[in-house]
Design a protein around this ligand. Sequence first.
Ligand code: NI
Ligand code: MN
Length: 228
Amino acid sequence: MTTTFTFYGHAAIGIETHGYTLVVDPYFSHNPQASIPADQVSADYILVTHGHGDHLGDTVAIAQRTGATVISIAEIASWAGRQGLKSHAQHIGGGFHYPFGYLKLTNALHGSSLPDGSNGGNPCGFLLTTLDGQKLYLAGDTGLFGDMSLIGEEGIDLAALPIGDNFTMGPADALRAVKLLHPRLVVPIHYNTFEHIKQDAFAWAQQVEAETPTRVKVLQPGQSLTFE
Ligand code: NI
Ligand code: MN
C-alpha cells in the first residue's frame, strides 16, 4: 500500500500508512511555516521527539480533539497522561508493534525540557518500519553522531534530517549524516523557520546528490511524497 509523507513546515510531519494517520512533532499554532491550522490536523497517533515548544506544539489540543494516542519517551508520555491524554511510553532502543507498523526510538543529541518546565527525559528520533517494510527515519532535533551508521544498517528508504544549524545539525554535518545513514531519499527539515536557522536547502540538495547516491526531496510546507 501507499505510504504518504507530508511536510507541514519546520519539523511537523504527517504520515499516512495503511489507513492510519500519524503526526510527528505537531507544531502548528505558533509555527510561521505551518501549512494548515492545528484544528484541521487529523491524527490517530501523535509522535513527539522531545519536549521543546516547536515540537510538542499543539499535541494537547490535537489529542483532545481527535482522541489520538501520544507516543513518546517515557517522561513525555507520562506528562501527556497527566494532561488526560492517551499515551504510550517507550524508550531509546525500544520498539513496539503498533497497528500502523513497528516504531523504534533512536538516540538524539539535544535537550528536552517541556514548556511548563517539566523534565522531558532524553530527546529521541523515530525509526518507523511500515507494514510493507518501508523504513522511515525521523531524526528529531539532533547533532551528528557516529551511531547513525547503525541506524543506516537497517536500510533507510526515507530520512528526515534537520539542516538548520544553531540548534541541530547544520548542512555540513547533515551531509555527513547522509553518508552514515545512506538513505534512498532524504528530506531536509528544521530550517528557515527562524532567523538563526536560515539555510539554502536546494544548495544542500545539490551537494548531497553530488557526493552521495541519495536523492534529496526539498518539500515546501504542505507538500507530500508517496512510497509504494
Ligand atoms: Ni528542540
Ligand atoms: Mn527544534
